[in-house]
Design a protein around this ligand. Structure first.
Ligand SMILES: [Zn+2]
Length: 477
């Protein structure tokens, strides 16, 4: 994992800055050389896919500038972030308190102002339910002018598909409304003049990087755009700017409690902003925007950001791990975190003994979606049912998925890990390198029992009913 410390001014002392990268990487048969954006695949899949995977780039910018390890900066980040985010409205506003998950299974954790798995999502992230207004801007460069593409064409690469994805995934709870500002904003310098790389940070005082880009963008539209009217911002770059997505994934989101340190003329920060570069391959390339936007909703990256990481913690079971290839839905835990599940759709198995639960597969409306079995104040086993569907096109073994959520594990370090019901098999989805094959058959079937060695908790799949729902029995000491 590469970390790029950016110089930050005195005003941003103690802030934990997160750079959320894009996604997509070939797993299973593929291997990514992290930080260089290169994919190495074995011969069988080499020719057909060069999808790659992003790297979690969590930059505790101020901490690094001070020479501190990120963990050492936590208290400062907590206190400073809350102080700075209080004044901001517009981008960075949060959902109503009534929609925030509560109860014994709503794991908290060491909130540090950045994305994490804990509940509720900290202040400063965008609301993730109701109507979410997304200002959508378009930029091009003198050396990559959008001659042949109109802003409408670029917009159409993502919408209405991305909106429909959120509508379906949220069971109608999230109405994502992108408002395009239909003109190309020409940047002053050629693309290379901004030194945009994977991991480039946001320093509002710098001549380079996202701070420089964003200053130009804000200056270009501030008079005609009311930034305070939007929850999130998308910046769609001309697809000819920068490297091909198959060579290097640059898309990034600057989200969280402090947004970015750049203020607009409307008195709100230029925050919860995603920059989308180039084009992904595959049948649903628009999902890069859903992945990036989900960072503005507070979700962390699930893939491992370490240079030497070769395996997927959650595989194609969540968009925050794998976003290339066939469509995949979010895990139920993420749906709960984003406010898309009603309280009655979450079973909390917190007491000793046995309990029986009926799970309706994620892709269907209604029913219980997850059983949460807490194992500590900051960790839990989560159980859900998955089947093939509109958003879950790579499910080749419908069944019951068991995974561990740990709110103390940072983005990029594997805060969610799926328990593989068939650890010795190569998987059942073998024909797309963008799908982690090993975990594609991770689901448990009727008669299977997952036994957690650490906690002694057992999850037995007892029945699949005629209507498609799954019955599970949870036992805990
Ligand atoms: Zn990401």
């Amino acid at each position: 994992m590469e970390q790029h410390a950016t110089r930050v001014g005195e005003h941003s002392r103690g802030l934990r800055r997160e750079i959320r990268c894009p996604l997509g990487r070939s797993r299973g048969r593929g291997r990514v050389r992290r930080g260089q954006g290169r994919v190495r695949t074995q011969a069988r899949t080499q020719a057909r896919s060069r999808g790659l995977r992003g790297v979690a780039l969590v930059v505790a910018a101020a901490a690094l500038a001070l020479g501190l390890a990120p963990a050492e900066a936590v208290p400062a980040a907590l206190s400073t972030a809350s102080g700075l985010s209080g004044a901001a409205t517009g981008p960075g506003s949060r959902a109503d308190a009534a929609s925030i998950p509560t109860g014994a299974c709503a794991l908290g954790g060491p909130e540090r102002g950045g994305t994490y798995e804990g509940l509720p999502t900290p202040a400063g992230f965008a609301r993730s339910q109701g109507t979410v207004k997304a200002l959508t801007l378009f930029i091009d460069f003198p050396d990559a002018p959008a001659w042949s593409n109109s802003p409408s064409d670029r917009f159409a690469e993502f919408f209405p598909a991305a909106t429909r994805y959120f509508d379906r995934s949220s069971y109608g709870k999230l109405a994502y409304r992108p408002t395009p500002h239909l003109r190309w904003i020409r940047m002053a310098r050629p693309f290379a003049g901004y030194r945009i790389r994977r991991g480039t940070g946001f320093d509002p005082g710098s001549r380079f990087g996202y701070g420089a880009l964003s200053r130009e963008i804000v200056n270009a539209v501030d008079a005609s755009v009311d930034f305070a009217a939007y929850d999130v911002i998308n910046v769609l770059a001309s697809p000819d700017a920068g490297p091909e997505a198959t060579d290097d994934v640059l898309s990034v989101t600057f989200s969280g409690g402090m947004g970015t340190p750049l203020e607009t003329g409307d008195g709100v920060r230029f925050g919860n902003v995603s920059f989308i570069w180039s084009r992904q391959t595959g049948p649903s390339p628009f999902r890069v925007l859903n992945h990036e936007t989900a960072h503005s909703f507070g979700l962390p990256d699930l893939y491992l950001g370490r240079e030497d990481a070769t395996r997927a913690p959650t595989g194609h079971w969540d968009l925050m791990d794998e976003g290339w290839g066939p469509s995949n839905d979010f895990l139920g835990w993420h749906k709960w975190k984003m406010g898309w599940l009603d309280a009655g759709q979450v079973d909390c198995a917190g007491l000793p003994g046995g309990s029986d639960h009926t799970l309706t597969p994620t892709g269907r409306d209604g029913g219980t979606k997850i059983v949460v079995v807490p194992t500590s104040p900051s960790s839990a086993l989560v159980v859900e049912a998955r089947e093939n569907g509109e958003l879950d096109q790579a499910v080749c073994r419908p069944g019951v998925l068991v995974y561990r959520v740990d709110t103390r594990t940072d983005s990029g370090d594997g805060p969610v890990r799926v328990a593989d019901a068939t650890p010795g098999s190569q998987g059942c989805y073998l024909h797309d390198v963008n799908v982690d094959a090993d975990l594609s058959d991770a689901t448990h079937q009727v008669g299977d029992t997952y036994q957690d060695a650490r906690s002694g908790i057992g999850v037995a799949v007892t029945e699949q009913r005629a209507d498609g729902d799954w019955r599970v029995r949870v036992t805990r000491p």
